[in-house]
Design a protein around this ligand. Structure first.
Ligand SMILES: [Zn+2]
Length: 135
């Protein structure tokens, strides 16, 4: 296995519990491009989206609404769906704004930092670790 294959395999394993709990929204997603501190946020979001789909989307269309990409951008969570649905976008915006106050690594209360042009949201502990790692 190459280094990249190892990373992708690790990312798939990390996502597996979420994917098995919410198979419909995760059906087309191979991996999540952020760290595990935000996974509880993604879990709540997925529960909200699944509930909305099951209550408001006709059965024959339900499996056509899924995540396109979940990643970290400018220190915040970014979630892209394959379809734009107002109410779902509202839940996504809420999760994205909460992520700016949550450590991407552990979920603790966090601040947004710029570490050598990498914008990241970290708690004091993980900020220290990130500084030490990069210098
Ligand atoms: Zn942390």
């Amino acid at each position: 296995m190459t280094e990249l294959e190892k990373m992708l395999e690790e990312a798939r394993l990390k996502m597996a519990p979420l994917k098995s709990k919410y198979p419909r929204v995760f059906s087309k997603l191979a991996y999540i491009e952020c760290e595990e501190g935000w996974f509880p946020l993604i879990e709540d979001l997925s529960a909200n989206i699944e509930l909305y789909i099951s209550q408001h989307i006709p059965l024959e269309l339900q499996d056509q609404i899924h995540y396109e990409q979940i990643k970290q951008k400018f220190g915040g969570l970014r979630v892209h769906m394959n379809n734009f649905i107002d109410r779902i976008q509202g839940s996504i915006m809420m999760a994205e704004s909460i992520s700016f106050r949550m450590c991407e690594k552990c979920g603790e209360k966090a601040t947004r930092y710029n570490i050598r042009n990498w914008i990241t949201t970290l708690c004091p502990l993980h900020y220290q670790q990130a500084l030490e790692k990069k210098s």
